[in-house]
Design a protein around this ligand. Structure first.
Ligand code: MN
Length: 261
């Protein structure tokens, strides 16, 4: 898909979001961003084919296999979006507050289970499964763990773009019956709430100068990010006031927009 649509929707002189850049390598990271835009939703993104394949999940992911969560496929995002947490200014596409709700790595699963269990697959299998609309993955996140499937729905509506998928937890030892996402409302990077992020102006400054070198430390990309975010943390003052102001501004400006971004 590339990043043309991502680029077309944004003005990079105004938004702190990272610029469009397709990476040569993919390192199997994933991120779920909690995004308070016109409507609150969660963005589920998988690093694949040099970009972040992305779905907007209105109710957020669940660890209960009984929950089949609607996931609207949206435009690919650049890989550097994976640790974006901050404020998209009013008047811009997706204006509102973004929290990194979960981060981690993912593995492709083989489309063919062995003795009823999913086993690791290849990137080629993952690309084919994505194309075919039945992608099976294993997540190693802070909040989300275990096997999941992303299944494209067959829409009966004429003119449907085929962007409606379901995100479903598969049965394994990581299942949490009756999973309530509201109980897990803090940033995986900074432990902040959306409200605190909205009140912390510093978090809107996107820094793209991450070092390219990767040591042998476990998950160095995550440690680097954590170190960066930690150094930027500061006491949050007047978070409530800022939060309400931001929220009011976003609502006013975006009243006409209906699409989940
Ligand atoms: Mn979004």
């Amino acid at each position: 898909m590339g990043l043309e649509e991502y680029k077309r929707k944004r003005r990079f002189s105004e938004t702190p979001e990272p610029p469009p850049k397709v990476e040569k390598k993919s390192r199997h990271r994933f991120v779920v961003q909690k995004h308070r835009a016109t409507r609150l939703h969660y963005d589920f993104r998988l690093e694949m084919e040099g970009v972040l394949k992305s779905w907007a999940v209105p109710k957020g992911p669940s660890l209960d296999p009984a929950d089949k969560r609607l996931a609207m496929q949206v435009e690919d995002h650049p890989v550097s979006y994976f640790d974006f947490e901050g404020i998209i200014p009013a008047g811009n596409y997706g204006a509102g507050t973004v929290m990194v709700w979960d981060v981690g790595t993912w593995e492709p699963l083989s489309p063919v289970p062995v003795k009823g269990e999913f086993v690791p697959g290849t990137d080629a299998e993952a690309s084919t499964m994505l194309k075919d609309g039945d992608l099976k993955i294993r997540l190693h996140g802070k909040k989300l763990k275990g096997d999941f499937a992303l299944v494209r729905m067959r829409s009966r509506r004429p003119g449907s773009k085929g962007t409606e998928w379901l995100l479903i937890k598969k049965k394994d030892e990581d299942v949490v019956p009756g999973y309530d996402i509201e109980q897990y409302d803090e940033s995986a990077l900074t432990s902040r709430s959306l409200r605190e992020i909205a009140g912390d102006e510093g978090s809107a400054e996107w820094e793209s100068s991450r070092k390219a070198s990767r040591g042998k430390v476990k998950a160095p990309w995550l440690q680097e990010t954590l170190a960066k975010m930690e150094s930027k943390r500061k006491p949050v003052r007047a978070a409530k006031v800022q939060d309400e102001r931001e929220s009011a501004t976003s609502t006013r400006t975006l009243k006409k927009k209906k699409k989940v971004s």
